[in-house]
Ligand binder design. Structure first.
Ligand code: FDA
Length: 305
């Protein structure tokens, strides 16, 4: 219930102003966001690299209907890729992109061109791009853009949200050789007409999608902090003859860092999703919505504790 309210608030301009205006908000935001500047992002990436973790860096920003803002987001990604290139991360340092921030809602072809420019810059660094998945109305368009990007940049990946009814079939369609699919539970408020509701149903859907991806020939990117999903991944890896190196785990910056380090220490590729930038509100509210305890943490910080 609280989670649903927070997800509703993530789209509210009034709540955005109130939350962003609180001086102590920053302290809490810093737990989930690597900073506002590209330099702060680069320093975080370097620190994570030195602890044996791979990264995918996200320039924070949500849907825009302004072509200039879409171009500015593209430029920010190009600057980011230039900034992290000297770290020589290769495939261990990719970027994550929200097509809506590249103007997908106003003109899909424009978003595709921006995404192509980002993919080309990533390729120069020996790296790749993964497309985030947003609310269910964007899925067909995002998968269409993915198909076009993969013509020139076959390593481009995509996130698939297990909570959507359609996702098991999408996983089947994306499970052949060369596909990189990041499986997530899903973080948006979706109606019961398109998505499983409630933790148990979503977890079961996640396992079904995971099974399809692990049985397939692609490269599954298992993006979860859930111990049970990680244990099931290891069982499925055994069953389908997968070894360390032909799939990876992914987690969000600041969440379950103990688990990130333990899995990396055991030899797995663990990729941390590192968001940075000043447009942190939507991302931050989704993290609060995922876990009521985060709200208590937020309120304690606002109270100065
Ligand atoms: P679950 O929510 O059941 O959490 C399992 C455990 O993880 C919790 O018990 C807690 O210990 C810890 N945990 C989870 N969330 C936490 C939080 N916010 N704060 C503190 N602890 C927390 N979604 C989407 O719709 N589109 C996308 O493109 C992406 N991209 C993406 C990339 C990566 C790398 C990750 C890891 C996640 C996403 N997501 C996403 C978010 C995803 O859909 C989901 O909301 C979160 O990962 C939380 O789900 P879990 O699988 O961790 O399980």
């Amino acid at each position: 219930m609280l989670g649903q309210l927070l997800l509703a608030a993530s789209g509210s301009r009034v709540v955005r102003r109130a939350v962003s205006g609180f001086p102590l908000t920053r302290k809490v935001v810093d737990r989930f966001v690597a900073g506002e500047s590209v330099e702060e992002a680069r320093d975080t990436v370097e620190r994570l690299r030195d602890t044996g973790l791979a990264v995918t860096v996200d320039h924070l920003g949500e849907e825009t209907r302004d072509a200039r803002a879409a171009a500015a987001t593209t430029d920010a990604y190009l600057a980011l890729l230039r900034a992290i290139r000297p770290l020589e991360l290769g495939a261990r340092g990719e970027v994550s992109v929200k097509l809506s921030a590249l103007g997908q809602r106003i003109d899909e072809a424009m978003a595709l061109e921006h995404a192509r420019a980002i993919c080309a810059a990533a390729a120069v660094a020996g790296s790749a791009v993964t497309l985030d998945m947003e609310d269910h109305t964007t899925v067909d368009s995002t998968l269409a853009v993915l198909r076009k990007l993969r013509e020139d940049h076959p390593s481009t990946g995509v996130a698939i949200q297990a909570y959507l009814f359609r996702s098991e079939q999408d996983c089947r369609d994306l499970s052949s050789e060369g596909f990189r699919v990041r499986l997530v539970k899903g973080a948006y408020r979706e109606p019961a007409s398109v998505a499983h509701q409630g933790r148990t149903a979503v977890d079961k859907a996640y396992v079904r999608c995971l099974r399809v991806l692990m049985a397939g020939k692609g490269y599954p990117m298992v993006a979860t902090h859930d111990d049970r999903m990680i244990a099931i991944t290891e069982l499925l890896a055994d069953r389908f003859g997968r070894t360390i190196g032909d799939h990876e785990f992914q987690m969000l910056y600041g969440i379950r860092t103990d688990l990130q380090e333990a899995l990396a220490g055991a030899g797995h590729t663990v990729r941390v999703y590192v968001p940075y930038g000043d447009d942190w509100y939507g991302y931050f509210m989704r993290r609060l919505a995922e876990r009521p305890a985060n709200v208590a943490f937020f309120l304690r910080a606002l109270g100065g504790k």
